[in-house]
Write a protein that binds this ligand. Structure first.
Ligand SMILES: C[S@@+](CC[C@H](N)C(=O)[O-])C[C@H]1O[C@@H](n2cnc3c(N)ncnc32)[C@H](O)[C@@H]1O
Length: 321
């Protein structure tokens, strides 16, 4: 997956005059902070150079994870065409770009972002390109959501890991109150990211939400540590992206986990594929999370005819309908 062309061009314009050694150092500092899940009271992207490093090294991957999660949401709810978006921890506008790519008729978006440096870049990328009316708000998502108006689609992508764990239940509760239709939360596909999504999932179900993706049920998650639920999306690396990370290959695999919770239930798919399929001649083994709340591997063989043909086409993250 690649960034939409106008976003890619906007990012290239912002990065064209940045000396590579400076960008590489800023990307390394940013990556170290993210890896350590450092919460030292400072925003990871308080400085302009950290924002530029994010554009070069992280935006393509977070965009791909968000866009893929939105695809799963849209598959689960083909009738859903949100006109309004509220995105918290908006960063450079990743969710805004992914949402308008999928739903070009989006009319209005409110983007809450704590860092002034990030807001400035996000605003300049979107200006004159994104058709929806956009309003960028300064504020802390853990304290400044009181006066906001609900939106049909509410989102928080790669944000929970930057917030003190004790503040998360109140934040999730408020995001759900602000959700007119569907709430989407995306996190890194690590065991810790999965734990945060599991906690949010439990809280949302308790509050009356219906999980519409990825889980095909509202029952307790059937996976147990050291296993964890996550998905993967291949992301194209630009030349600058490769140089910034000293990487050899022109792609990377972004691991992510998400939850989409809605006000109304859906008819769930039979199952979702929760690991890379294992194929052999005339056989494919899929690890499935099933609508009855169970999970496990299932072998499909050529003898099963159409069922096998359908199973063979499925990839990690796909729904089995
Ligand atoms: C990893 S970035 C993700 C940006 C974007 N959502 C994406 O997926 O690319 C997290 C963003 O959340 C912002 N953020 C962190 N804590 C916040 C808070 N308490 N309130 C508002 N924004 C916050 C950060 O400044 C940063 O821009």
């Amino acid at each position: 997956m690649e960034l939409p062309a106008p976003l890619r061009q906007g990012v290239e314009r912002i990065l064209e005059k940045v000396p590579l050694p400076v960008l590489k150092q800023a990307a390394k500092t940013l990556s170290d902070r993210y890896r350590a899940e450092l919460r030292d009271g400072r925003l990871h992207m308080a400085e302009e150079m950290a924002v530029k490093a994010y554009l070069a090294a992280r935006l393509p991957a977070t965009y791909a994870a968000v866009r893929t999660s939105l695809d799963a949401l849209a598959d689960a709810r083909p009738d859903f065409q949100p006109k309004s978006l509220l995105d918290v921890g908006a960063g450079p506008g990743t969710v805004l770009w992914a949402t308008t790519d999928l739903w070009p008729d989006l009319e209005a978006a409110v983007l809450l972002e704590a860092s002034a440096a990030v807001r400035k870049v996000g605003q300049s990328l979107a200006e004159g390109t994104i058709a929806a009316r956009t309003e960028w708000l300064a504020g802390d998502a853990t304290i400044n959501l009181a006066d906001l108006r609900p939106a049909e689609l509410v989102t928080a992508a790669y944000v929970l890991d930057e917030i003190t764990p004790a503040s998360l239940p109140k934040l999730i509760g408020r995001l759900w109150q602000l959700t007119g239709d569907t709430l989407l939360i995306v996190e890194p596909g690590t065991p810790a990211g999965w734990q945060r999504i599991l906690a949010a999932r439990g809280q949302l179900i308790e509050a009356g939400a219906h999980v519409i993706a990825p889980c095909p049920h509202d029952a307790p998650c059937p996976l147990a540590q050291p296993d964890w639920c996550h998905f993967s999306r291949r992301v194209a690396r630009s030349r600058l992206h490769r140089l910034t990370k000293d990487a050899d290959v022109p792609w990377e695999d972004e691991k992510f986990i998400y939850i989409a919770a809605a006000r109304a239930p859906i008819v769930p798919p039979q199952a979702r594929v929760i690991a890379p399929p294992k194929s052999a001649s005339g056989r494919v083994t899929l690890k499935l999370c099933r609508s009855d709340g169970s999970a496990g591997e299932q072998l499909f063989s050529r003898r099963e005819g159409e069922t096998y043909k359908a199973a063979r086409k499925l990839d990690w993250g796909d729904a089995l309908t």
